[in-house]
Design a protein around this ligand. Structure first.
Ligand SMILES: Nc1ncnc2c1ncn2[C@@H]1O[C@H](COP(=O)(O)OP(=O)(O)OP(=O)(O)O)[C@@H](O)[C@H]1O
Ligand SMILES: [Mg+2]
Length: 387
């Protein structure tokens, strides 16, 4: 369902001279797409979201969901039909994880068994094993796990529209990157109409089909695809917000999964060392990658240090390369590779199994090729699905 803002203004104080929190905002989020609202603190992002589910009423203007003014809906019913992930997660501390996820289905009067099933299904969907997590309480989870529960809870009643207010704000960069990748995979399947708020322009570029850059006073500075934003910012403010390193940022438009992935010589723990050594010596890539029984990378063996006989053991392997996912942006991949000992990143699937290898040189070559080009319109879809 599309969400449309028509000349929406919000002044909290109510008097007309007060500065607006949101000023004459008009934009349409097409059905099934992700619109990311980005801008400095206090520019009206949260206010914009809250007007969609009527936690805040606009001073003037209209918001339409699927062509119907939200003011015509009963606010309580409206909210049950819209997923909402709030800033600071906001899980109920006295409810279990399963209970938290099932809050809305319970309010909707679903049978208890169906509520439980749905909670389990969603926990699995966001990467939390239901058997492990459903009976725990929020304080027994890490920050990243709580963020996932927040997303699961918002998805519970399968709402066509999702409001996500800095859903990945409170976690470290590594967890954040994984949550972003999960979001992209989920959205490729679920195709919700999403309004997503962030402070972080890189997150906006990575996740948005369209990005709304807002300026203080709640004014919309630019509403465009990530690629347009990077190639043609329409004002000084947007150009500054996007940053001087726009060329480098364009690497955020591309995903690791779009590159032709190379494969180093590989062997499994417990394989015969001799043949693995022979294969590695014959390969232009000077290291052997050791995998465990499930195909997950264990570490590297320098070709000269592979035993001539016996079995390959885990203890022979030396430091790991960074693990990347197909959804990882080239920008994130590059910064991980530059910080790593081995400048080859291992791309793994959601189960951690080896898919292929990406090198810093490869990304450098992509950057140089991109540099010659201008606006490309819509970026290619992520590996593993269209959006
Ligand atoms: N309930 C309220 N009453 C009065 N003023 C408010 C209220 N909520 C927000 N404001 C003001 O409205 C403006 C926009 O706030 P909002 O929370 O929408 O910003 P934001 O972009 O989400 O900021 P942040 O990035 O810090 O979360 C701010 O100046 C804020 O002080
Ligand atoms: Mg906010």
């Amino acid at each position: 369902m599309p969400v449309e803002f028509r000349h929406v203004t919000k002044r909290y104080a109510g008097d007309l001279d007060a500065p607006a929190a949101v000023e004459d905002l008009s934009l349409t989020v097409p059905a099934g797409q992700t619109c990311v609202l980005v801008g400095p603190s206090g520019c009206g992002k949260t206010t914009t979201l809250k007007m969609v589910n009527r936690l805040v009423e606009p001073t003037s203007g209209q918001i339409l969901i699927d062509g119907v003014d939200v003011a015509r809906h009963d606010p309580v019913k409206l909210r049950r039909g819209i997923g909402y992930v709030i800033q600071q997660i906001g899980l109920f501390p006295h409810l279990t994880i399963g209970g938290n996820v099932a809050v809305v289905p319970e309010l909707l009067g679903w049978h208890a068994a169906r509520c439980r099933e749905r909670a389990d299904e969603l926990l699995a969907l966001v990467g939390l094993d239901p058997a492990t997590y459903r009976a725990r309480y929020p304080h027994e989870l890490s920050g990243g796990e709580r963020q996932r529960v927040g997303v699961a809870r918002a998805l519970a009643a399968d709402p066509p529209v999702m409001l996500m207010d800095e859903p990945f704000g409170a976690v470290d960069p590594v967890v954040r990157e994984r949550l972003q990748n999960e979001f992209l995979r989920l959205q490729a399947d679920l195709a919700k109409t999403v309004l997503f708020v962030t402070h972080d322009i890189d997150e906006a570029i990575k996740l948005g089909d369209r990005v709304a850059v807002m300026d203080v006073g709640g004014r919309l500075a630019q509403y465009a695809t990530p690629s347009e934003l990077l190639t043609s910012p329409t004002s000084e403010f947007v150009a500054r917000f996007v940053g001087a390193d726009r060329g480098l940022k364009r690497l955020s438009l591309r995903r690791v999964g779009e590159l032709p992935l190379a494969m180093p010589p590989v062997a499994r723990v417990g394989d015969e060392a001799g043949p693995a050594r022979a294969r590695t010596l014959a390969d232009p890539f000077p290291y052997l990658l050791l995998l465990d029984g499930l195909g997950r990378p264990v570490g590297w063996l320098d070709r000269d240090r592979i035993p001539t006989e016996g079995l390959l053991e885990e203890r022979l392997a030396v430091p790991m390369s960074p693990l990347l996912e197909p959804e990882t942006t080239l920008r994130d991949a590059l910064s991980m590779l530059l910080a790593a000992e081995v400048q080859a990143g291992l791309v793994v699937d959601p189960r951690g199994a080896m898919v292929g290898m990406v090198t810093a040189d490869q990304i450098g070559a992509t950057l140089r090729a991109e540099g010659g080009r201008t606006a490309e319109g819509r970026r290619p879809a992520a590996a593993g699905g269209t959006r």
